[in-house]
Design a protein around this ligand. Structure first.
Ligand SMILES: Nc1ncnc2c1ncn2[C@@H]1O[C@H](COP(=O)(O)OP(=O)(O)OP(=O)(O)O)[C@@H](O)[C@H]1O
Length: 181
């Protein structure tokens, strides 16, 4: 599915979302205009945009005076497992994490775009892990597949997943990359 950006592309705002992209919901409903949520003056620009068919869409408005990545939401207060909380090495969620966590935990399909280094990896890994915990009869094999456009990014995501899963039992993380011996 094609993605459309509502903002002009900048150097650190690539045209295509990277490993954060998850497919669109097949609700069949017509697209809705994104809601504008006023952003505090202290956040950096973060754009969270739902795919056209996803009814629950959310966008953080761009703030020209923005300088921080962090929200005032703490991971410890989030509705996530104690094992995940124990693995997370950060106190406050970044803006993109705070904006997407509840939607991800609710099982919404999200198409998210945010600047590099804003914490998108945890934003998509954490809800995936939490949802896996709710599966009663887990099948053998791959439960979550993350596609990344570069080897480096794939390895970084693997590392982040291992940290998040440090206190969980029964999960293994691995990577598959091409072009190496
Ligand atoms: N809530 C947080 N508080 C502090 N640091 C964080 C938080 N979330 C992630 N980080 C750290 O910020 C760095 C960048 O995070 P991450 O790689 O997830 O960004 P990204 O948006 O996925 O970047 P890219 O677009 O380059 O993949 C990592 O070192 C990560 O551990």
């Amino acid at each position: 599915m094609a993605t459309r950006s509502r903002r002009p592309r900048t150097e650190d705002s690539p045209a295509m979302p990277r490993a954060t992209t998850v497919g669109a919901s097949a609700t069949g409903r017509p697209s809705k205009k994104l809601k504008q949520t006023p952003a505090p003056a202290t956040v950096i620009p973060v754009q969270v945009q739902a795919a056209p068919q996803v009814p629950a869409a959310l966008e953080r408005a761009e703030s020209p005076t923005a300088s921080r990545h962090f929200s005032d939401r703490k991971f410890q207060d989030a509705n996530i497992s104690t094992q995940s909380k124990a693995g997370i090495e950060h106190e406050f969620m970044s803006d993109v994490q705070a904006a997407t966590l509840d939607l991800g935990l609710a099982g919404k399909d999200l198409l998210v775009q945010a600047k590099t280094g804003t914490g998108k990896t945890i934003a998509f890994l954490l809800p995936a892990i939490e949802r896996l915990l709710k599966v009663k009869q887990r099948l053998a094999g791959i439960s979550v597949l993350v596609l990344a456009p570069t080897r480096e990014l794939a390895l970084q995501i693997e590392e982040e997943a291992q940290i998040l899963l440090k206190h969980h039992n029964g999960f293994k993380v691995g990577h598959v990359i091409g072009g190496t011996n």
